[in-house]
Design a protein around this ligand. Structure first.
Ligand code: GLN
Length: 550
């Protein structure tokens, strides 16, 4: 594609005062607006921690691990990037201090710096700049790089120095800095306070970064006086002090709010790019459906083991929201700890839910609760959707309770089981390293005609993203098929079971892949769309359900 707009421009997004301000959401919203102004945008996140990627971290530490098409295990902010911009991320979209240091140290061992002392500056900062430069290209007008962590953290210093140098090198007119900060409301004083933001901009300025735009996160609206004060003390134009108040209902309102304050216009002006018309009518219609659904609310239970942490199943919750939008319904999630089911039984915790979803996971904690939940969904004819571990548990439940294989299990949970219906993939058996070694990324799947899966996708050849080490054991396929389990999707050439479903059930489908990573608010994933549609059909049927034996 021909280059239209000169060199790739760079926007750097930093965060101040506290973490969890929603930098990723803000960056994704800006990318969306710039795309809708006709520019080709790419996004990237630089994380200062030392893990090479988040793949080895517990969801309690890090939230969900987001998997890209090319199989990188990345930060969950990349999920926001893809959902807002509908542009695919890849391996170059997420670097950590760990991956940067690893590259530099490997090069040092290979003799790449022979004779030199290897140092944070220039070697680490050069490597960071190379990561940023990897976004450049004839097909990219604007690159947005989000720096993880909070300004002032010791570990983020090399990243800040790298982005300072980067803009110096590309020229002022080709890059800009956006600082996201917190303007807290102090209840006792009844006032918003600007001092923490002034101090965090002070830290940035002391290392040579002068933010061009200040985005202020706040719970209460800012008065003119606050904006003027921040502009004066942070040396930012008054109209470039932007208020980003908590949105009332949905994160998808953020771009609408930012557009109202013309942030995208200021960005384009600062980067000397033409301000084309903004076209986001479809987005506004989507937000309107989300806020005022015609088909009311449907409650769906998600049975997992990281339920107390709302970021652990981020993409699942988002995809359910998307499924709701596609059906003009509000999806209310009932979060159920699978270990609680083990204590109290499924009925008390799942009663009244219109559908049940069991997401992915690792390790044996809570497994029996998930299996009970699936049995409850199957026998009570409640729509069920299993994802990755959820699919593995669904086949275990079916093997135990329909096929009479009492001790059916996955070798992940019981290596000595007599009926290993889920077993480690052959190619995984020789793997010893834990980082980045699962079956990761997009693989093809062929969907069988006449199945629910085919009905949802409307085609036979699909691509879906994966993150697993175990798979369905084909030794049990025939036996389970005879009892009514439909194998409706397989990976071609590899004969790996990707989708199973039940015919004689309102909607019971489980997949080995992670469809939630491909769902967007404007285009719900077909399986989530159909799952929510099935939940709506079953809404309110509650006690009248006939319980299936077996
Ligand atoms: N623990 C299972 C496996 O490795 C499922 C993984 C997942 O749910 N992402 O195969």
């Amino acid at each position: 594609m021909a280059k239209r707009n000169g060199p790739t421009r760079h926007i750097f997004v930093t965060g101040g005062v506290v973490s969890s301000l929603g930098k990723g959401l803000t960056a994704a919203s800006l990318a969306f607006l710039l795309k809708r102004r006709g520019y080709r945008v790419k996004m990237q996140k630089l994380d200062p921690y030392l893990n090479v990627d988040p793949g080895t971290m517990s969801p309690y530490q890090h939230g969900e691990v987001y998997v890209t098409v090319d199989g990188a295990e990345t930060d969950l902010d990349l999920g926001h990037y893809e959902r807002f911009t509908d542009e695919p991320c890849n391996r170059n979209s997420n670097y950590t201090s760990g991956s940067i240091y690893r590259a530099v140290i490997s090069r040092e061992r290979e003799g790449g710096y022979l004779g030199k002392t290897v140092q944070v500056i220039p070697h680490i900062t050069d490597e960071i700049k190379a990561a940023i430069r990897s976004l450049d290209g004839d097909d990219v007008d604007i690159a947005i790089t989000e720096i993880g962590g909070t300004v002032g953290d010791i570990e983020s210093q090399p990243f800040l120095e790298a982005i300072r140098q980067y803009r110096h090198e590309i020229g002022r007119q080709n890059g800009l800095y956006i600082h996201l900060t917190l303007v807290p409301f102090i209840k006792a004083a009844g006032e918003l306070k600007t001092k923490p933001s002034q101090q965090s901009v002070g830290i940035l300025r002391s290392i040579g970064i002068f933010p061009d735009i200040l985005v202020c996160r706040c719970e209460h609206p800012m008065a003119e006086e606050h904006k003027a004060k921040l502009a004066l003390f942070c040396d930012v134009d008054r109209n470039k002090v932007i208020e980003e108040k908590d949105v009332e209902h949905s994160i998808y309102e953020v771009p609408v709010e930012l557009a109202r304050q013309d942030v995208d216009v200021f960005i384009l002006e600062l980067l000397n790019l033409h301000v084309n018309a903004l076209n986001m009518d479809d987005w506004k219609t989507m937000v309107n459906t989300l806020l005022h659904p015609q088909n009311g609310t449907v409650e769906i239970a998600v049975v997992g083991k990281y339920i107390s942490l709302k970021d652990a199943y981020k993409s699942i919750y988002e995809a359910l929201t998307h499924g709701g939008i596609a059906n003009s319904a509000h999806v209310k999630v009932r979060m159920v700890e699978s270990e609680e089911i083990e204590k109290t039984g499924a009925e008390s915790l799942l009663k009244g839910a219109s559908a049940i979803l069991v997401p992915g996971g690792f390790g044996d904690r809570g497994i029996e609760g998930k299996i009970q939940a699936i049995g409850y969904a199957r026998t009570h004819r409640i729509p069920f959707f299993g994802i990755c571990l959820g699919m593995q548990c669904a086949t275990i439940e079916f093997a135990r309770n329909v096929c009479g294989l009492g001790d059916a299990n996955s070798t992940e949970f019981n290596a000595a089981t007599g009926a290993p219906v889920i077993d480690m993939m052959v190619e995984q058996k020789k793997v010893t390293d834990k980082g980045g070694t699962m079956r990761l990324g997009a693989y093809p799947c062929t969907v069988t005609a006449g199945t629910r899966a085919q009905q949802a996708y409307g085609k036979a050849d699909i691509m879906e993203r994966h993150r697993h080490r175990y798979e369905f054991n084909n030794r049990y396929r025939e036996q389970m098929a005879k009892q009514g389990l439909v194998f409706s999707g397989v990976c071609p050439g590899r004969d790996l079971v990707e989708i199973v479903e039940l015919k004689d059930h309102p909607w019971f489908l489980a997949c080995q892949f992670h469809p939630e990573f491909q769902s967007t608010p404007l285009q719900a994933h077909p399986l989530f769309r159909e799952f929510v549609a099935a939940a709506l059909k079953c809404r309110g049927k509650g006690e009248k359900r006939e319980v299936k034996k077996g």
